[in-house]
Write a protein of this length. Sequence first.
Lengths: 256, 344
Amino acid sequence: MTEPILQIRNLVKTYPNGTQALKGVSFDVQKGEFLVIIGLSGSGKSTLLRCINRLHDPTSGEVLFNGRDISQVQGEEVRTIRRKIAMIFQHFNLIPRHTVMSNVLMGRLGFTGTVKSIFGFFSDQDKNSAMKYLELVGIKEKAKMRADNLSGGQQQRVAIARALTQNPEILLADEPVASLDPATCHTVMDYLREVNKELGITIIANLHFLSLVREYATRVIALKGGEIVYQGSPKDIDEAWFERIYGVGTKDIRIN
Amino acid sequence: MNQNGYVWKRTIFDSLMFAYLLCVVLVVIFDPDQKELLDLEQNFQVFLFGTVIGAGLSFLLNKKGWKTLGEMIFEPPFKKAHAEEETFWKTLSGWQLVIFVGVTFVVGLVVTRFSIYELLDEDGFAGAMRLFKGLVNPNLAILPKAVLNIVETIFMAFMATILAIPIAFVLSFFAAKNIMTSRTGFAIYISLRTLMNVSRSIEAVIWAIIFSVWVGIGTFAGVLALMIHSIASLTKQYSEIVETVSEGPIEGIQSTGATKLQTIWFAIVPQVILPYISFTVYRWDINIRMATIIGLVGGGGIGTMLIQYLGQAMWPEVGTIIMVIAFVVWFMDTASAYLREALK
Ligand SMILES: Nc1ncnc2c1ncn2[C@@H]1O[C@H](COP(=O)(O)OP(=O)(O)O)[C@@H](O)[C@H]1O
Ligand SMILES: [Mg+2]
């Protein structure tokens, strides 16, 4: 078996205010997986993703990326990690006043000198690759529009294009469809699947709806109170498991 | 533990108020002469004695369930939620407030030597009328000179603002709590904020006096004075805007592997640029008014011209100058209001 792209070992995150968001989480991610993390609000999903790309600093434990522990690296190395492990967010986190194109080019910041980028000197190669990924998510014609004039679904696709422009090995998605309506939700998820299948980018996504999990995930991890309570195939999650993860009496809300 | 931190604030508030009232009572009773009033050490001891008594009193009263004014002001929301409404004159804190305002008003009348008699004095009144007559019959012969001088004042304000912008722009990020998160960062944040607060609390007029000694009386001293004051004010206002930016774009840019500088430029600057411009226009507007005042102490421009004619009691000329100032201030005020509205 090949080495996992990501190995999480006993990961603990305690926030400065004392909240223990992760209490020793361990799992592996194989290259090319579409791993979905589920769990109640507050179970530590966002914290987990942010510890992987080092938007947050883990308190203890290891995060092995291609076999190398990145949980404590600093400075320049953190930025290299973030470049290779891209991320999209529930609220898209684009720059509202900038154009779609300019937003996608942000994916090249990690490769461009600070002064060059501030004056907007991105190479033609960067612009071409930005355009290529805008085409891939089907909004090439919106390149010159202001990002905040787009619908939620379109903004999330811009965010995906921005992430792809980083040429990442892993794409983290923190509740990528939680603020979208059901129809748009599937469009965005379909693009994520395409990114996973066609470009071979490993995806780790936080999701809320079990129906989506069954449709898109190759594997599922369930968090509860900062601990893993389930790990396995999405097909094996039955009503009983669902109740264990989300609490007794919960019914799956289906989106179709 | 933390929930009772407010007790300190309450006690300090109540004890200061009590000490103040005690001092007023003592002055009324003993009617001290000038020498006794100037005995700072003794007076301070009396005041300190008052605060100690006040603190004890505040503590006892609140313990007995009589809410003091300090308690009313500083009690935390979770306690307020349970408090019953009472008409103010039935409460201790209501009476405390009434006595405080009443006493302060009377003391104020005495201290400022407020006198209806002086106001209605016939000689004084006639003098004021002569002055007014001069003012409303301006001497237009000096209008060209006044216009030249106010142009100088406008440029003083402009230069001070322009020079302050880049400095305040850079400093504002170092004075924003949400950016200076590391330990050294926080130290820089605190020292910068303190420095800015101190230089802001020194009036521009004082700066003008300092600089006119340094670089000589004139417009340059005025520009420097206004600039210092503008840097301090703009840094504070700018950094407060930086502290309210939304986290989303910052995370978004950070997640691409951007440097700190890139994150500031691409995630924060677009969010703050319009409010920055708005505050800057307003600052220029304020600077024009301040530049006039600074001129009075030798900062050049229309203020310097005004003080010359004022000194010679040449009221018609003063009238002309006031007219020109009023027009420019009104114009800049209106223009900047329209500009700021458009930038929202
Ligand atoms: N910046 C923070 N400071 C302190 N506590 C936090 C912070 N972010 C999240 N938490 C806490 O950590 C726990 C996990 O939060 P989070 O990772 O956001 O969960 P999820 O994404 O599953 O909703 C929650 O109890 C939350 O309140
Ligand atoms: Mg979350």
